[in-house]
Design a protein around this ligand. Structure first.
Ligand code: GLU
Length: 444
C-alpha cells in the first residue's frame, strides 16, 4: 500500500505571505484535499534573527482567512535535536565536512572561476584538510561550518510540472548545512522534516529546483525516500516583468485591505497558468475537484491583481443574505432592513466596502445632484414627493405624478429624479432603492 498523501506548506515567518506564497500553499492544500490526505503547516524558523512570532501569527491568520486550514502544525525551531542527530549521521558517513573559508575568500575563488569562464562551484579545498590543519584553524579562532559532500553524479527526477529533470551534481556547490555559529540551515532541516513527517509530495516554486537536486542526495544519504517533487513557475507582473520586487505590495494583507474576497484569490490561483479556464469556485472542495498539476506549464505565469476584482464582484453577487449578514450589520444596517438592502445592493458593488456610501445614502439621504437646466424641474418634482416611508410603489407613484405635472418622460424624466434622490447618476433600480431610503434628500 502506498503511503497516505502528505503535503506541506513551509513558509519562513520572516515576512507577510504574498500571492506567490499563496500559490504554493494552495497547490499543496489541494493535493492533500483531493487525496483525503494530510496538509501540514511547517514554520521554517531556524533563523532566530529573522523569524518572529508576529509573522508566524500573521501567516496563520492569512491562511485561516483564505480557508486554507491545516491538519498539523510543525515548527523547525522545536526540532533542532532531530537536525543535530541527522548531522551526526551524515558526519559518521563522511558526507558532512568542515570548511573554514571566509566569505571573502569564497568570493575571490568565485571571481577567479568566473573570469576563467568556469561555473562558480565550490572547489572543495576544505575537504582536503588534514585533522591537524583543521585543529590549527580552530585553535586560531577560526570556527568551521559544514558542507554536505555531493556524490558527483547526475541527479534525476520526474517533476510533476517540469517533466524529466537531470542535474549534474558537479555543477552544484556542496551545500552548507550548518553555519559556523551552529545554526542548522533550511536545506538540512527541510530534508529531515520531509522524511520524518512522511511528506509524499513537495510542490514549491521553480527557484527551488537546485535545492531539490541536493536535497534528494541528502535524503538518500539519511536513508530516506525522496517524495515526489513539482516546481511551479514563478509569477510575473501583467507585463511579464519579474514580480519579486513588487511582492511586498502584493501581500495577502494588502489584497484583503483592498476588498479582495478569498474565493476570488483561490479561484484565480488554482487555475492561473494552467490549461483550464479560471472559474469562480465557492470552496476548496470544488477547486480540488478539477485540480491537477499536469495542467500547469513551466512558463512564467502572469498575474494581474486587477483580475481579482471581477471575480470578487461575481462572488459577492452570488452570496445569500445569511452569508454576508454579519458584515452588512457591521456597517450599521439595521437587521430588519438588511436582507432587502443586500438584495438591492449586491449587484452594484465590487467589494464589500462599496456598500458604505450606499448605506450612508439610505440612512441620511443624499445631497441632490441637479444640473442647472433641470433646477426648476427638480424643484417642482421634489414638491410632489410622496410622504415617507416609501413603499414598493413609491417610485412609480412619484414619477407618474411628475410626468403628469411636467410632461417630461423617458430619460429626461427619470435621470434627474434619480440624481435628485441619490446624488448620483448610477445605481440600483430606483423602484427597489426608494423603499430603502430612510431620509428625504438633504436640504428638503
Ligand atoms: N521555507 C522555504 C521557503 O519559503 C520552504 C521551501 C520548501 O518548500 O521546501 O522557500
Amino acid at each position: 500500500m502506498s503511503a497516505p498523501v502528505t503535503t506541506r506548506f513551509a513558509p519562513s515567518p520572516t515576512g507577510l505571505l504574498h500571492v506567490g506564497n499563496l500559490r504554493t500553499a494552495l497547490f499543496n492544500a489541494l493535493i492533500a484535499r483531493k487525496a483525503g490526505g494530510t496538509f501540514i503547516l511547517r514554520l521554517d524558523d531556524t533563523d532566530p534573527a529573522r523569524s518572529t512570532e508576529a509573522f508566524a501569527d500573521a501567516i496563520r491568520e492569512d491562511l485561516r482567512w483564505l480557508g486554507l486550514t491545516w491538519d498539523r502544525e510543525e515548527r523547525q525551531s522545536a526540532r533542532l535535536d532531530r537536525y543535530a542527530e541527522a548531522a551526526d549521521r551524515l558526519r559518521a558517513a563522511s558526507r558532512l565536512y568542515e570548511c573554514f573559508e571566509t566569505p571573502s575568500e569564497l568570493e575571490v575563488k568565485r571571481r577567479k572561476q568566473l573570469a576563467m569562464g568556469r561555473p562558480p562551484v565550490y572547489d572543495r579545498a576544505s575537504l582536503g584538510l588534514s585533522e591537524e590543519e583543521k585543529a590549527e584553524k580552530r585553535a586560531a579562532g577560526n570556527q568551521g561550518y559544514w558542507r554536505f559532500r555531493l556524490d558527483q553524479e547526475r541527479i534525476e527526477w520526474e517533476d510533476g510540472i517540469l517533466g524529466a529533470i537531470t542535474i549534474d551534481a558537479g555543477s552544484v556547490s556542496d551545500p552548507v548545512l550548518i553555519r559556523a555559529d551552529g545554526q542548522v540551515l533550511y536545506t538540512l532541516a527541510s530534508v529531515v522534516d520531509d522524511i520524518e513527517m512522511g511528506v509524499t509530495s513537495v510542490v514549491r516554486g521553480s527557484d527551488h529546483v537546485t535545492n531539490t537536486a541536493t536535497q534528494i542526495q541528502i535524503m538518500q544519504a539519511l536513508g530516506g525516500t525522496p517524495p515526489s517533487f513539482a516546481h511551479h513557475s514563478l509569477l510575473t507582473g501583467a507585463g511579464g516583468e519579474a514580480l519579486s520586487k513588487r511582492l511586498g505590495t502584493l501581500s495577502l494583507r494588502d489584497l484583503r485591505a483592498r476588498g479582495v474576497e478569498p474565493a476570488a484569490l483561490l479561484s484565480l490561483m488554482a487555475r492561473l497558468g494552467s490549461s483550464q479556464p479560471v472559474e469562480l469556485r465557492a470552496d476548496l472542495e470544488a477547486l480540488a475537484e478539477g485540480f491537477s498539476l499536469e495542467q500547469f506549464g513551466a512558463a512564467p505565469t502572469r498575474f494581474d491583481p486587477e483580475d481579482l476584482f471581477p471575480l470578487t464582484r461575481a462572488h459577492l453577487q452570488a452570496q445569500p443574505w445569511e452569508v454576508v449578514r454579519d458584515r452588512v450589520l457591521a456597517l450599521g444596517v439595521p437587521e430588519n432592513l438588511g436582507p432587502q438592502f443586500w438584495a438591492v445592493m449586491r449587484d452594484n458593488i465590487t467589494v464589500m466596502d462599496d456598500l458604505t456610501p450606499w448605506w450612508a445614502l439610505c440612512r441620511d439621504g443624499a445631497a441632490p445632484e441637479v444640473a442647472p437646466e433641470d433646477a426648476e424641474f427638480v424643484a417642482e418634482a421634489l414638491a410632489l414627493l410622496p410622504p415617507q416611508p416609501w413603499g414598493a410603489g413609491a417610485w412609480a407613484e412619484w414619477t407618474g405624478a411628475v410626468k403628469a405635472a411636467t410632461g417630461r418622460k423617458g430619460k429626461g424624466l427619470f435621470l434627474p429624479l434619480r440624481k435628485a434622490l441619490t446624488g448620483r447618476g448610477d445605481g440600483p433600480d430606483m423602484a427597489a432603492l426608494m423603499p430603502l431610503l430612510q431620509a428625504p434628500p438633504q436640504g428638503l
